[in-house]
Write a new protein. Structure first.
Length: 314
C-alpha cells in the first residue's frame, strides 16, 4: 500500500511540473506548432494507454450499440485522444488572453443572443455545459465578457496540483466572476445568491460522481447517474437554463455554441420536477456530444453507478 501511495505522489509531482513547464512555454511556441505537437502526444497516448483506450471504445459501443461498428468505435477513440491534445493547447494558453478580442481570434461564438435574452429577464441563468472540447474556455469567455458568474468544480486529488489548476482558472478574472470547489459547504448558497442577483451559475452535469446528489436519467438511452444541482438551482431561483458547449473545428478554431433556453417543467411535485428537468438538461448535452463524439471524454465511467434493479455491466 505504501509503495502505491509513493508512486501516486511521484505521479502527481511529475504532472505538476509538467503543467508548470507547459504553462511557461505555451506562448513561446506558435499555436499551430504547439497544437500539432500535442496532437502527436495524444496519438502516442492512444498507443501507450491501452486501459484508457479500451474503456473509451467500450463506452462508445455501449452508448451507440449497433449504430456504430467496432472499427468505427476504435476510429472515434483515436480522434478523441488526438483532439484532447489539440484542445489542451488553448487550455494552457488562455490565461494569457486578456480581453474578448484575444479569445475571439481562436474561437467563434454562435447564439450569444440566447444568453443575453435570458439575462435580460433579470432572473439569473444556469449556464449548462459538458466536457466536450476545450470546455474550460466556455467559462473563460464568460469571464472576459464581464458577465457576473460563479462556476463550481471538483477538487483534484493532489493539493498542490489542485491549487495550480484553480489559480489558473482564476487568472485574469474580474470582480464579477468566481470559482468554488465542489467541497465548499457554502457553494450552493453562493450559486443561488448569484442567480437571485441576476447572474450566472456555470455547471457541468455530464459525469457520474458520488460527491453530489444524483438521479438516474437516460443518457444515450441508458440509465446514468446525473447530478441534480442544476435542476434544483434553476427551480429554486426560477432561473433560465441555457445549454452551451465548445468544440474544435477543422480549421483549428474553436466554436462556442450557445443554444435556446430549455423551458423549465413545473408540475407541483418537486421530486418529479427535478427528475424531468434533469432529464431535459441531459438530453440537451447529449445532443452536443452526438454532434462531435470525437471530442467528448469517453473514457470517463459515465455509466459506473447502476440503478438498484439493474445488474448488467456496461
Amino acid at each position: 500500500m505504501s509503495q502505491h501511495k509513493g508512486w501516486k505522489k511521484v505521479k502527481y509531482e511529475l504532472i505538476y511540473w509538467g503543467v508548470i513547464f507547459f504553462l511557461k512555454v505555451a506562448n513561446l511556441i506558435p499555436r499551430k506548432l504547439l497544437m500539432w505537437e500535442f496532437s502527436v502526444l495524444g496519438s502516442i497516448a492512444y498507443r501507450v494507454m491501452p486501459g484508457t483506450r479500451d474503456l473509451s471504445i467500450k463506452h462508445l459501443k455501449y452508448a451507440y450499440g449497433d449504430e456504430i461498428t467496432d472499427q468505427e468505435a476504435k476510429s472515434i477513440t483515436k480522434r478523441v485522444f488526438k483532439n484532447l491534445g489539440r484542445n489542451f493547447t488553448d487550455i494552457i494558453r488562455y490565461p494569457s488572453m486578456n480581453n474578448v478580442e484575444d479569445i475571439k481570434e481562436i474561437m467563434d461564438i454562435e447564439g450569444e443572443e440566447h444568453l443575453k435574452n435570458a439575462l435580460d429577464k433579470g432572473k439569473g441563468v444556469v449556464f449548462l455545459t459538458c466536457h466536450r472540447g476545450a470546455f474550460d474556455m466556455v467559462g473563460y469567455y464568460i469571464n472576459l465578457n464581464d458577465y457576473p458568474c460563479i462556476a463550481i468544480g471538483a477538487k483534484l486529488h493532489d493539493d498542490k496540483l489542485n491549487e495550480l489548476v484553480v489559480n489558473n482558472r482564476r487568472s485574469n478574472r474580474n470582480g464579477r466572476a468566481d470559482f468554488v470547489e465542489r467541497t465548499d459547504p457554502r457553494g450552493s448558497i453562493k450559486m443561488f445568491k448569484m442567480l437571485k442577483d441576476g447572474g450566472m451559475a456555470f455547471l457541468l452535469i455530464d459525469q457520474d460522481t458520488n460527491k453530489v446528489q444524483n438521479t438516474f436519467v437516460d443518457f444515450f438511452g441508458k440509465p446514468a447517474a446525473t447530478p441534480i444541482g442544476a435542476a434544483m438551482l434553476a427551480l429554486k431561483a426560477d432561473a433560465a437554463v441555457i445549454p452551451a458547449a465548445v468544440k474544435m473545428q477543422e480549421n483549428g478554431k474553436h466554436v462556442l455554441e450557445i443554444r435556446e433556453e430549455i423551458p423549465l417543467v413545473r408540475t407541483g411535485d418537486n421530486q418529479k420536477d427535478i427528475q424531468v428537468n434533469t432529464q431535459n438538461m441531459s438530453l440537451a448535452l447529449e445532443q452536443f456530444i452526438r454532434e462531435a463524439p470525437d471530442q467528448w471524454v469517453w473514457f470517463h465511467e459515465r455509466w459506473k453507478t447502476k440503478p438498484e434493479n439493474d445488474v448488467s455491466n456496461s
